[in-house]
Design a protein around this ligand. Sequence first.
Ligand code: VG1
Ligand code: CO
Length: 545
Amino acid sequence: MPAIKNVNVSHPFSDQKPGTSGLRKSTKKFLEKHYLEIFIESILSSLDNVEGSTIIVGGDGRYGNDNAIKKIVQICSAHKVGTIIVPTRGLLSTPAASNLIRDYSAIGGIILSASHNPGGLEGDFGVKLNVSNGGPAPEFVTEKIYTYSQSLTSYKLIDVEIPNLKDEGSFTIHQTKLEIIDGVQSYVSLMEDIFDFDQIGDFLKNDFSIVFDAMNAVTGPYAKRIFVDRIGLSDQCLLNSEPMPDFGNLHPDPNLTYANKLADLLLNKKLYSFGAACDGDGDRNMILGKGCFVNPSDSLAVITANTGLVPGYKKGISGVARSMPTSMAVDVVAKELDIPCYETPTGWKFFGNLLDSGKITICGEESFGTGSNHVREKDGLWAVLFWLQILAQKKCSVTDLMQNHWLHFGRNYYTRHDYESIPSEVAHQIYQDLENQLQKLNGAHFASSVITQADNYSYVDPIDKSLSDKQGLRLVLDNGSRIILRLSGTGTKGSTLRLYFERPSKSQNDLFLDPQIALKDLIIGIDHLLNIKQLTKMNIPTVIT
Ligand code: VG1
Ligand code: CO
């Protein structure tokens, strides 16, 4: 039997603090000697009951995926993990990982992904840890990992060759069983349990054309299995469906800027009735109709309003939750449905306790993320299927569905402006400036209204009572409008400033404006207050959602 090898490292790492969703760094940083290994050792040191346990390992296929998986298998076997489950080709979307963790009663999963960040040698790499409920590790766990990483000066591994990950098979490494499985099947079965594929198929084959863009990232194989093999559409409905280490140079962030080719097909050329895209690791989704972009906050509201049309939710939903910067469109729906609506900080980890305790069934974020209690992650393809099921039931277009929703519930105009990768000093200066002004802004006139609340958002988890403070600066106006300012916790270059604007519609005559026009006063007002354009030297944000 191969011996356990101890590897000493000359100095620990000081920069392995996980952000909003895992540890994200440039690919080159992760290739530095011992960098990945120390982080994995820190993860295993932080988890309880590692010996004899089951752990799921996979990633979104970006550069470094296979090598990282093999290293992790070597380190896990040195820690006497009982079983390691790896999907073929090492390809595993974040929601599918969440599902496998739950299916196999694993103590957790290690997902290799920097999500929507570009990949390749010049791009980013990342490691996310999900725990036994299938959800992202809560803050007290990530803090523990960070603490270990700052002091660890050695790690252990079993130095044997790991089989290639192409084919299914069962292997023994030291005392550990390595199972290479079909990673797609169990996720597809879960989707079949929730949705009526036959009804969706009949609808799509009758003159309702769809296109799905996997952005050369992880969702390609899942989408092929669902839409082509199972529902029976031609593979022409799939774009960029082969996962590539550099995502074919695409930036796998499904928004109007980075998924612009898809947006052009739907919004300008109007070639399809429905279009959708997912991000690198398959947890985000963008929904488009012919000539119609669905804002993710509206998507959450529409999904919540229509759960009765989806077999998996026919029995009813217990409640909903949204992240604080997400628009309050879903709050309006929850009120009518007479179910509770929770507000959490940004990041899926904050939904975990609410889902586990049964307080909510559906949740979502403005950042193209929606999900439910079927797993403990946001789920891109689930959201796409949800939309298709609603449309198949109602037999209507995306535009009609959206317009009817607003006519019934009113509209929360919404936009997010991102200033990406700006110098950190500038981002912090702008943030600090607003934070310093909070007190005096309370009660001040702003954009033809009055600020009734100006604070830095803090959250007490209703279940475990843990406190998360400094979660975003927020201005709430008398007329229900909100402006929020946050610094991103997922970027790897400089800092990214996110500004969120929202205003509820005033009447039935105020439903169909361009959001940039409807929110103009707020956008101009905050620029006057903080001088963003001048300080960032940018006339327009990098990304407008
Ligand atoms: C962003 C989004 C947040 C999301 C996170 C992870 O974080 O705003 O809503 O949960 O990405 O998504 P930030 O800190 O950059 O704003 V993913 O698709 O990277 O797992
Ligand atoms: Co993602």
